[in-house]
Design a protein. Structure first.
Length: 140
């Protein structure tokens, strides 16, 4: 079952799942991120529950043009079971807008398998260049 969890975000159980999509996660960073999401009306957060236990989370932000996936994570024991696909399907069924996500190389195959168009971009930070990937799923 998928349900809106925006009002109950800052729990250890949700952190245990969501931290997988955070850069250098800590509970304090997660707490700050959840406060920002809860205070932003354009952000939605959904949890995937199995036997009343959260096993997947997706957070999105809507603009006039697109829905951006700002985070998606599945409990490590539940990966490759369709949870991530179900979360994207849930978001896709709620919109007629293009869905985008920016990710690193670890998640590119997941998005590609779903049907997203993948475009690499080179990012430079502190004189270090690295690849990021913009994943786009156009509404049909």
């Amino acid at each position: 079952m998928i349900k809106n969890i925006k009002d109950i975000l800052c729990t250890q159980e949700i952190y245990n799942v969501y931290s997988a999509c955070m850069f250098e996660p800590t509970f304090d960073k997660f707490k700050l991120k959840t406060e920002q999401m809860q205070n932003n009306s354009s952000v939605c957060v959904y949890g995937y529950f199995l036997n009343e236990k959260i096993i997947g989370v997706i957070s999105t932000q809507e603009t006039d043009e697109v829905i951006e996936i700002i985070g998606i994570a599945v409990d490590i024991k539940e990966r490759h079971s369709g949870v991530g696909t179900n979360l994207i399907d849930y978001v896709k069924d709620k919109t007629q807008k293009t869905i985008i996500a920016e990710t690193d190389s670890d998640a590119v195959m997941f998005y590609k398998k779903y049907g997203f168009h993948i475009k690499e971009k080179i990012v430079s930070k502190s004189n270090i260049s690295y690849s990021r990937y913009v994943c786009t799923l156009n509404y049909k």
